[in-house]
Design a protein around this ligand. Structure first.
Ligand code: G3H
Ligand code: 13P
Ligand code: ZN
Length: 313
């Protein structure tokens, strides 16, 4: 069955690699994730966002993820699979996911006051741990789109708060804000394309070996942006986090790296190319199939060249 993230994170922190946390909203994305992880023998976290729940239905997504366990074994390797609620925004939603079979949840209280974040996160942890479900909390606010919360600027995680937060809440992992952001437009033109690995190092000193999570960690590969634009798309100034910075983070206590936007770009580029080059096609499998192949290659690339989770399943 599905597993929680506890053992996976302990091994990842000790081993100097990170587990991929890939968002999925449909069958093709899920297939690509599982195929990539089986081929590379990597554990994986399947993430369901608020947008995914309203697009595809939480129950359907949960059954797809449960089916993925069997699917992986059929493909040749029963890699560990976590089903994780991404950016849970209330105790009730987390409770519902926990009771229906998610093995991990995020309670995102990062937009609340520190005290309210602690109280809400602690309440979720108390409930989750009774069901052997692991919990991710967040301190600090990412710039850009935090689901419904639009933060114009970053509020970096305050290293002085992390020890108190993990102690008071009992969370299993902590998402931090060090300059990553959601979406495909992570830096403004002229802005330096770098994240604050110095703050990460400072955080690690306060909570040595504690599992850290990076949201907004897409790299926005320029060849995908160019491919989209070459086939009728219009993505201007799309830019992401450099792979070498993510690699460095993965070698540290960062043990979960969230990637969604890069998959969206890979799918869109592939679909645009097929529809542009073969205007006679109208069978969805003829463009979703190539999109799935492109996604799978992207996920393999991340695992092998950025996260280092290959061979860890
Ligand atoms: O946290 C952001 C993720 O990329 C999910 O976004 O709610 O549009 O699916 P979404
Ligand atoms: P990206 O938008 O950088 O892919 O981040 C996804 C994410 O953090 C999901 O929680
Ligand atoms: Zn996120």
């Amino acid at each position: 069955g599905l597993v929680n993230s506890r053992d996976l994170f302990a091994k990842a922190v000790n081993g100097g690699y990170a587990i991929p946390a890939y968002n999925f909203n449909n069958l093709e994305q899920l297939q690509a994730i599982v195929m990539a992880c089986v081929e590379t023998a990597s554990p994986v976290i399947l993430q369901v966002s608020k947008g995914a729940r309203s697009y595809a239905n939480q129950t359907l997504l949960r059954h797809l993820a449960a089916g993925a366990v069997e699917y992986a074994a059929e493909l040749g390797k029963a890699v560990p699979i976590v089903l994780h609620l991404d950016h849970g925004d209330s105790f009730e939603l987390c409770k519902d996911c926990i009771e229906t079979g998610f093995s991990s949840v995020m309670i995102d209280g990062s937009h609340l006051s520190y005290e309210d974040n602690v109280a809400l996160t602690r309440k979720v942890v108390e409930f989750a741990h009774q069901h052997d479900v692991t919990v991710e909390g967040e301190l600090g606010v990412l710039a850009g789109i935090e689901d419904e919360v639009h933060a114009a600027t970053h509020t970096y995680t305050e290293p002085d708060q992390v020890e108190d937060f993990v102690g008071k809440t009992g969370v299993d992992s902590l998402a931090i804000a060090i300059g990553t952001s959601h979406g495909a437009f992570k830096f403004k033109p002229g802005e330096e394309h770098s994240i604050r690995l110095d703050i990460l190092a400072e955080i690690e000193k306060r909570i040595p070996g504690f599992p850290i999570v990076l949201h907004g960690a897409s790299s926005v590969p320029q060849e995908l942006v160019q491919m989209i634009n070459a086939h009728g798309g219009k993505l201007m100034d799309a830019v992401g986090i450099g792979e070498e910075q993510l690699r460095e983070a993965a070698r540290s206590a960062v043990c979960k790296i969230n990637i969604d936007s890069d998959g969206r770009l890979a799918m869109t580029a592939a679909v645009r190319k097929v529809l542009d080059e073969k205007p006679e096609e109208f069978d969805p499998r003829k463009y979703l199939g190539p999109a799935r192949d492109a996604l799978k290659q992207l996920y393999i690339h991340k695992i092998v060249n950025v996260l280092g989770s290959n061979g860890k399943a």
